[in-house]
Design a protein around this ligand. Structure first.
Ligand code: KIV
Length: 298
């Protein structure tokens, strides 16, 4: 098994202040980079908490990374709520954002508000995220007016990747970049507190980030956005599926996990586990009495 890389655990996180929307806006104003990561369960939430990130997204990428679906499209609201509630129980400080799954908000403002309310009431999310401009702008505004903070998501929007021609970078012509710009401005005007830019050219992201008042969190959008987001399983090397070009790996945990389980299996098969240090003892008199009692049972 390869040696575990030594990643320094932040030392200055004894009682960090909980992230709030005003603090997030302040970070943009001060030019302080915002760190966001996805999480899908209690341990990944605890890791994000301890590592001191600012924002945690229960992304519908969990459909693929933890639920085994081929895309984000099939995941249900119930499944997302279960993941989000588990993350909530592991999180204190970062702002928790729940991703509204495909088909749970597009049909009407009423549907969008009802789904967003479930993420807040049942899973304890602080905010929700939805994808695209167009009709999603109205849905975002409706949810904001219902009192729930909304994060927008433009560029490559995986829920509608088929309509975009596949999982490919967006905004690579002036016309498409202007469409991304119009959607972004409309989402800001609808009251979104922040936007995700996914897979758009760095130069487009740079111009738009400077133009927008709300924080922009990039994934595959270059270094000029106000913050970055990565998918937990991509950044730690846990996921076996396709990893996009923009997903930098900071660990190879999948290899370590396989090596760990394979070592366990090998030890069980050759009788090396459990060893004396893993077992409970019983007083010899008690053991003998038990054995005799067992014989008497017939
Ligand atoms: O679902 C997800 O993980 C996301 C991020 C890529 C922003 O939407």
């Amino acid at each position: 098994m390869s040696a575990t890389p030594r990643i320094p655990v932040p030392q200055n996180l004894e009682s960090p202040l909980p992230m709030t929307l005003p603090r997030l806006a302040e970070k943009k104003r001060l030019g302080e980079p915002i760190v966001m990561v996805t999480a899908y369960d209690h341990p990944s939430a605890q890791v994000a908490e301890t590592a001191g990130v600012d924002l945690v997204l229960v992304g519908d990428s969990g459909a693929m990374t933890v639920l085994g679906y081929p895309s984000t499209v099939p995941v249900s609201t119930e499944e997302m709520l279960m993941l989000a509630a588990a993350v909530r129980r592991g999180l204190r400080t970062p702002l928790l954002i729940g991703d509204l799954p495909f088909g749970s908000y597009e049909a009407s403002d009423e549907q969008a508000i009802a789904t967003a309310q479930r993420f807040v009431k049942e899973a304890g999310c602080d905010a929700v995220k939805l994808e695209r401009g167009g009709t999603s702008v109205r849905r975002a505004q409706a949810i904001v007016e219902a009192g729930i903070p909304v994060m927008g998501h433009v560029g490559l929007t995986p829920q509608t990747a088929t309509a975009l021609g596949g999982y490919r970078a967006q905004g690579r012509t002036a016309q498409r970049a202007l469409e991304v710009a119009r959607d972004s401005i409309a989402l800001q005007e609808a009251g979104c507190f922040s936007l995700v830019f996914e897979a758009i050219p760095s130069a487009v992201a740079q111009l738009l980030t400077a133009r927008l008042e709300i924080p922009v969190i990039g994934i595959g959008a270059g270094p000029a956005t106000d913050g970055q987001v990565l998918v937990f399983h991509d950044l730690l090397g846990i996921y076996d599926g396709h990893t996009p070009r923009f997903a930098k790996r900071y660990g190879e945990l999948r290899e370590q996990m396989i090596a760990g389980v394979a070592a366990y299996a090998a030890e069980v098969r050759r009788g090396a586990f459990p060893g004396p240090e893993h077992v409970y003892s019983i007083d010899e008199d008690e053991r003998r009495t038990f054995e005799n009692g067992l014989i008497a049972l017939g």
